[in-house]
Write a protein that binds this ligand. Structure first.
Ligand code: ADP
Ligand code: ASP
Ligand code: MG
Length: 476
């Protein structure tokens, strides 16, 4: 059972979490928890402040976090022995956090390593807090540091898990606790290299921690408890009519999470899929709802789901150099990839005259500079590359679902809806698996695009597309 940051944001919410855990005791749950809402962001800010050398400011930030955590523990725990030991444990962690920040401050340098260490404290503090809250309610519980179990690569910020070492570690650590009927509370998001250096699994990585542990323990189910009723047909904070989807396949869930639906972290599906364990997304604040179940099977009844990624740039490289020359595509993508820049959508027309791809807005300058530098011969001497164009800020809206496969007319509906709304589609891509159609629109059009596609797909399903698919294809 993994509880997200919102679910453990304050004492009242943590009480709700402890009562859900109590109800699940017969199933011997293993608990994974995120940092208290907002804490990881505060820690990342703190890490950025430290190298500026302002000791007073750093201390103020650390003290604010300390006060928040102490207040939460004091509100939840009244038994003196449990309270004393919890506050002591928190203080030890705060001493370590202060020391880490002080080190960064002295060196005036924030390495990826230090950043991971500093951001690890959110989960270490929240899990110790939740464990104390369970003890207070008479539920025997043990705080478990994930770094004892999860062995990762040295890729700080988004480390890869070494399952060969991790799986036996998990079993060795958690089995004895379960045998003694103790509830393990494990900090999400973090791991350690083989040499014991702290790493993190990427933002929102606690979902992944839950899947890693669930898979290693052959759990009956991996539950992700959030503040939404499950995976919805679109982000409910953007689309009021979005409704909960009951079933999803791993494949569909991976597609929507890659395309920005923050409801479940993209890598979560991998361990679950490997061990064929279902993932259930549930609402901490409406625990009796069925939630969404993610399994290997795709259901015909699963509706299409919309997700979106904002703040991206569309980079287009154009010129005759692409025509009949497969090496050019590879070269362009390699130039961008070699800078560690993630490309998350590619679109190329069959005329082979241009290649367009998406990068995060923050990576745009670096990508363009690298392309301009590496392709200067092709541009200036050979003339095979004519231009490198950037359109920004853009957004991707993706329509995902297995029911799209082999069913004509869906892209027609999507483009019909966008056309009627007067939204310009800048580029499109469809995976050949037919699970995903992605359209690129201007950022300022994103919300309207989501709304009108959602309405067309889900609210007025029997309306005819504005244009017959064949006519539309001819026009495209
Ligand atoms: P946690 O506290 O567990 O970290 P988040 O803050 O990550 O929770 O909450 C999940 C968020 O994901 C919700 O606030 C919701 O707006 C957003 N979201 C985006 N797309 C979807 C979707 N398709 N279904 C449900 N929620 C979604
Ligand atoms: N606390 C981390 C974050 O905010 C990890 C998580 O919440 O899953 O990204
Ligand atoms: Mg989160």
């Amino acid at each position: 059972m993994k509880f997200g940051g919102t679910s453990v944001g304050d004492p009242k919410r943590i009480s709700q979490v402890t009562s859900i855990i109590e109800r699940h005791l017969p199933q011997k749950p293993i608990i994974v928890v995120s940092a208290l809402a907002g804490v990881t962001d505060r820690l990342l800010e703190l890490a950025q402040i430290a190298p500026q050398g302002d000791l007073r400011r750093v201390e103020r930030c650390v003290q604010a976090l300390r006060r928040r955590h102490r207040a939460v523990v004091k509100a939840l725990v009244k038994k003196p022995a449990i309270l004393r030991s919890a506050l002591q444990a928190l203080d030890e962690k705060f001493r370590e956090l202060s020391n880490a920040c002080y080190g960064v401050l002295l060196l005036r340098e924030l390495s990826h390593r230090s950043l991971d260490l500093i951001s690890s404290f959110g989960e270490r503090l929240s899990s110790r807090t939740l464990s104390a809250a369970l003890e207070e309610r008479g539920v025997p519980s043990s705080y478990v540091d994930a770094r004892r179990m999860i062995v990762t690569s040295e890729d700080h910020g988004a480390a890869h898990v070494d399952f060969k070492q991790t799986d036996p570690n998990v079993r060795r650590t958690l089995r004895p606790l379960l045998k003694r009927r103790r509830v393990p509370v494990v900090c999400g998001f973090i791991g350690a290299t083989r040499a014991g250096v702290t790493t993190t699994l990427g933002r929102s990585g606690s979902d992944y921690t839950a899947a890693i542990l669930g898979a290693a323990m052959s759990a009956a189910e991996i539950q992700i408890w959030k503040e939404v009723d499950g995976v919805c047909t679109a982000d409910p904070s953007l689309i009021r009519d979005a409704r909960v989807v009951r079933h999803l396949s791993y494949h569909e869930a991976a597609e929507i999470s890659h395309f920005g639906a923050k409801v479940v972290h993209p890598t979560t599906m991998l361990p679950a899929m490997r061990h064929n364990i279902s993932i259930r997304i549930k609402n901490t604040f409406r625990p009796d709802g069925p939630g969404t179940v993610i399994t290997a099977r795709a259901h015909r009844s699963t509706p299409l789901i919309l997700s979106s990624v904002d703040d991206v740039s569309l980079i287009t490289v154009e010129g005759t150099g692409f025509i009949g020359t497969p090496g050019t595509i590879l070269r362009v993508l390699q130039i961008v990839g070699s800078k560690g820049i993630n490309i998350f959508m590619i679109s190329m027309a069959s005329s082979e005259y241009s290649l367009s791809f998406l990068v995060r807005r923050t990576d745009t300058d670096r990508a363009v500079k690298a392309l301009e530098h590496e392709l200067r011969y092709e541009r200036e001497v050979e003339g095979s590359i004519r231009d490198i164009l950037v359109e920004s800020p853009m957004a991707v809206v993706a329509i995902v679902g297995s029911q799209m496969k082999g069913r004509p007319g869906i892209s027609g509906r999507v483009f019909g809806a966008l056309g009627q709304e007067g939204i310009n589609v800048v580029a499109i891509a469809q995976g050949s698996s037919e699970y995903n159609i992605s359209v690129i629109v201007r950022s300022s059009d994103m919300k309207r695009a989501l709304q009108c596609i959602h309405k067309w797909l889900h609210v007025e399903p029997e309306r005819k597309p504005a244009m017959k698919p064949r006519r539309l294809a001819a026009r495209l």
